[in-house]
Design a protein around this ligand. Sequence first.
Ligand code: NDP
Length: 258
Amino acid sequence: MRLSDKTAVITGAARGIGLAIARHFRDEGCNVILTDIDAENGQREAEALSCRFLSLDVRSEKDWEALASFCPSPDIVVNNAGITGFENGVVAHDPEHATLTDWHAVHRTNLDGTFLGCRYALRGMGRRGTGSIINISSRSGLVGIPGAAAYASSKAAIRNHTKSVALYAAQKGWAIRCNSIHPAAILTPMWEAMLGDGPDREARMKALVADTPLKRFGTVDEVAAICVMLASDEVTYITGSEFSIDGGLLAGSAAVPG
Ligand code: NDP
């Protein structure tokens, strides 16, 4: 019960990493509000966890205002919702051919969404002066990715904004911490279109993690575990920090993305 008496808001929680964070937080005694743009799955998963759900598109200021009325002063906010830009098929995302529209679309969800989430968190937590904000960036926020430039840029900006938020809160004299998490390949529904379910699935999975020292995908539970730690009152001296969850990928020369 490391999070008892706390209320957490998690974005993009209808599936994948966000849903796992919701489950772990619930198991630690936290009062969790799942939010997502996908209201159908979000509602169903929230009911299964005996938690509340609110439909929230992280790009929408109106949705954040509605959340602020519903939950004015959360203890924990996890800005998890994110897109790669490949959701509707493979389009050019390299620095030479990407369209401005596609570039903006990725930044609107990943970066604008995180900015609005941090702003909501600071305004709500500032009344009390305590809280924990966790921003889900990516290993792609730490290295360049030629074929997914907008994704990499947006995730790098999340890393930097995390530090601005952490310093701002500290300047105000608040015990509000803000940290970023940088997962590499974590097996979630996001990967399904790329992996497929045919006989080549296993080979594709192996190829995707061939440069990862631990030679496997990470799990959503491994990401959720560090979120529990950062959300808890056990690590109150950690703010403005970044945490890689990458099977050792960035520890050495394998840092060069394939
Ligand atoms: P998933 O695609 O499995 O889940 C993301 C969820 O966010 C979906 O339910 C999606 O809804 C929702 N979502 C998308 N756009 C919005 C929006 N505008 N507002 C609110 N919700 C939205 O992703 P993962 O669980 O894999 O990833 C979660 C986070 O972790 C993302 O930020 C991702 O970039 C990051 N990450 C993931 C890695 C991985 O390997 N899985 C590696 C590094 C970072 P819908 O399905 O309807 O679009």
